[in-house]
Write a protein that binds this ligand. Structure first.
Ligand code: 6CS
Ligand code: FE
Length: 303
């Protein structure tokens, strides 16, 4: 009897023991070489830095409409008990709502908007589907940040994502200042895969989405990457979007200011990069965190 593994060769081994070495990325960052909605200079910058910023995706009116949608969602008592809602440990405030594109029809439309979908397709060089969506609320005074990590490391280990052919869009619904927990990225770090030490516990997501302890790079590797690449911080008005590569090293600080930092976060994965079995976890994470519906997104008509 032959065992057929539903997994390709693991080019990015992680969740190992001992001191793993850094792995040079063997995949492109920008997967399309043809012209498209993203101009050539922006493509080149995204390829080199691993991120790019689209300053005014939404109008002020649209920002207000999505902000009101977030207020409606957080005011829905039934939603708080939903497993897709992550509650802050200390403050008991809502930290994230996952699968928000399936909960909110307004956000379901937004991700099909040509201003967003066309950019994802161009960067990934193919049709795309939503791997994960969430709204993040980093409330004022007690908003907790996210420690340094590569999203792809988790998506590879726990969701079975074969290659870093996914791109995340963080769409700001409040102004992102340097001081209210703005996302920090290490430009160029996406070209290095940082294996992490430690075996993935069963149902790891029940803890990691509040505070990640496994799948966290070593301080030595964070120090090495920071020395090599420096740190940029995404600041921008509400309505601007940060597009960042699945493997870029990023994190955010706490928010002790009165100014909340909320965003809509959508991960687009290439339909050529569909999830397999986890590369380093006992079983896949639930579909609300890592979708296994690989249906390509259909483009909404531009109104
Ligand atoms: O584990 C995940 O999929 C999520 N965790 C973080 C900290 N960033 C990526 C993603 O939303
Ligand atoms: Fe992340």
């Amino acid at each position: 009897m032959t065992l057929t593994s539903t997994r390709s060769v693991d080019r990015y081994p992680t969740r190992v023991i001992g001191e793993p070495g850094l792995i040079e990325r063997s995949d492109p960052t920008v997967w399309s070489s043809s012209p498209g909605p993203v101009d050539a200079a922006t493509l080149a910058s995204h390829d080199a830095k691993g991120y790019s910023i689209d300053q005014a995706v939404l109008s002020k009116h649209e920002v207000e409409a999505y902000w009101q949608e977030l207020v409606r969602l957080t005011g829905d008592p039934g939603l708080r008990a939903d497993e897709r809602v992550i509650i802050e440990k200390e403050s008991q405030e809502i930290r994230s709502i996952f699968e928000v594109h399936r909960i909110s029809p307004l956000i379901a439309e937004l991700i099909r908007d040509p201003r967003i979908l066309d950019r994802a397709r161009h960067l990934l060089g193919s049709e795309v589907y939503v791997h994960q969506s969430r709204v993040n609320f980093m409330p004022g005074f007690q908003g907790k940040g996210f420690y340094w990590h590569s999203d792809f490391e988790t998506w590879h280990a726990e969701d079975g994502m074969p290659a870093p052919r996914a791109v995340s869009m963080s769409l700001a619904l409040t102004d992102n200042y340097p001081f209210n927990g703005g996302l920090m990225v290490m430009p160029g770090s996406h070209r290095t895969f940082v294996p992490c030490v430690g075996e993935t516990p069963a149902d790891h997501y029940k803890e990691s989405l509040k505070e990640q302890e496994i799948g966290v790079p070593s301080r030595e590797n964070i120090t090495r990457l920071a020395a090599q690449h420096g740190i940029d911080q995404f600041t921008g008005e509400a309505g601007s979007a940060l597009w960042f590569d699945s493997n870029i090293m990023h994190g955010s600080g706490n928010n002790i200011t009165p100014f909340p930092r909320s965003n809509i976060f959508v991960v687009f994965n290439s339909v050529e990069n569909c999830l397999q079995d986890p590369f380093a976890a006992p079983r896949p994470r639930p579909p609300f965190i890592a979708s296994r519906d690989f249906t390509p997104l259909a483009r909404a008509p531009r109104v």
